[in-house]
Design a protein around this ligand. Structure first.
Ligand SMILES: [Zn+2]
Length: 418
């Protein structure tokens, strides 16, 4: 007898779609196969597709409060505007905005997300209450000040300590970028990550401006700078990587470093188009992220994989749609060292049930349909860590109407001060 059974679904297993039943015990997948199995709880997935949950590999969840606030600006001018508002945000506002983000992500089939921001204890609280999984880090920036370096490290390490015994939260170290963190600071963070076995996550080579500034200031590109201080390894995830040379792609592949590709944000902030086809062909583990809602404006992996595939096709680079589904699922889990993202015995039970809709009919190929014809409204049920957290499109741990009311009031308060 399993705790939960998902039966009769067409499951995405090792790149194929096969009809299977899934048995879950505690938080793990305990059975995958055609036998009829019994569970204390049961989801009938007949006519539905069953996938590993999506992993949002790069976001700043509380930026939902800034959704639609700074429009039509390139990254530098956008950051000026955003940083002013961020300075006003307190623990409670970060909590409300993160609740909104977690609900939105769950409803779109995201079972785990990676987040670097401020007041991370508030983000952790939203993760715990909504039932989603997350890898969280305090976004550090020393801006060349030694005093600030110590302060930032203390905040980051205190947060990591607070994450002990939180089952669905994995803490990480997250320096913002090479233009806000000194090489000395990045080196210290690297040593700490090695000592403590932590994931490191940083924005890198997002804009041409960043690469040019890095060459001017350090005589090398951001990727070369990070490699020279031994920052690049298999526990490192680089967000964006829009401006990479062929040599840098090979270097990242050799270091087994992962990339979090965020196509909407890269277009919206005029950053560019990442060469993810070349990265994938050369063995880089590419995962998909939404970035924050202020630069997207949605927290939806379906729209990211669609855009990602379209952009590569514009470049005449055709990857199989299965590759995009893998970027959205197992590559994200792999990047962050979590044993999930696949429907396989022994893996963590983060699973979504997707019910095909009229805008997808007829379906010739499941992978094509998921990548090119889906928008997230097809996600019916969501299971995280073996527990049902969205049932028939309704998040079951939270009152979403209350959160919508709270975020609207928060917007008024912020506009009053801005
Ligand atoms: Zn970002």
């Amino acid at each position: 007898m399993f705790d939960l059974v998902i039966e009769n679904g067409i499951c995405f297993i090792s790149g194929n779609f096969v009809e299977s039943n899934i048995g879950i015990t505690n938080n793990k997948i305990a059975y995958v196969g055609r036998e009829s199995i019994k569970g204390r709880e049961k989801i009938n997935a007949r006519g539905c597709l069953v996938l590993p949950g999506f992993f949002n590999a790069h976001t700043h969840s509380a930026m939902t409060i800034l959704r639609g606030y700074a429009e039509g600006l390139p990254l530098d001018k956008w950051l000026d505007k955003v940083w002013k508002i961020e300075a006003m945000l307190d623990e409670r506002s970060i909590y409300i905005a993160s609740m909104l983000a977690c609900i939105e992500m769950l409803k779109n089939g995201i079972t785990c997300f990676s987040d670097m921001y401020i007041h991370m204890d508030s983000v952790a609280r939203a993760v715990e209450e909504t039932g989603i999984r997350a890898v969280l880090g305090y976004g550090m920036a020393d801006r060349g000040s030694e005093e600030r370096m110590e302060k930032e490290l203390k905040i980051a390490l205190d947060f990591i300590k607070n994450c002990e015994n939180k089952e669905r939260i994995k803490p990480m170290l997250t320096p913002h970028a090479i233009y806000t963190c000194s090489p000395e600071f990045l080196s210290r963070i690297n040593d700490l990550a090695n000592e403590m076995g932590l994931i490191k996550h940083i924005h890198a080579s997002e804009t041409l401006w960043e690469v040019k500034e890095s060459k001017k200031k350090f005589g090398k590109t951001p990727i070369k700078l990070l490699d020279d201080i031994k920052f690049l390894d298999q526990r490192t995830v680089l967000a964006h990587c829009v401006w990479l040379s062929g040599d840098e792609i090979n270097l990242i592949a050799n270091r087994r470093t992962s990339v979090a590709h965020c196509p909407s944000s890269n277009l919206k902030l005029s950053s560019g188009i990442a060469k993810i086809a070349e990265m994938t062909e050369n063995g880089v583990n590419v995962a998909i992220g939404t970035d924050g809602a202020a630069s997207n404006n949605m927290l939806n992996i379906f729209s990211e994989i669609r855009l990602s595939a379209l952009l590569q096709q514009l470049r005449k680079k055709f990857l199989s749609p299965v590759k995009y589904l893998e970027m959205a699922t197992k590559n994200g889990y792999r990047a962050y060292g979590i044993d999930g993202g696949e429907i396989e015995k022994g893996k963590i039970a983060d699973i979504i049930v997707v019910e095909p809709k009229i805008h997808q009919m007829p379906i010739y190929n499941y992978a094509n349909s998921l990548v090119f014809s889906s928008n997230g409204c097809e996600v019916r049920d969501v299971i995280v860590n073996g527990k049902i957290v969205v049932e028939d499109r309704t998040p079951i741990n939270v009152d979403d109407e209350k959160v919508v009311d709270q975020i609207s009031k928060l917007k008024e308060k912020i506009l009053g001060k801005a």
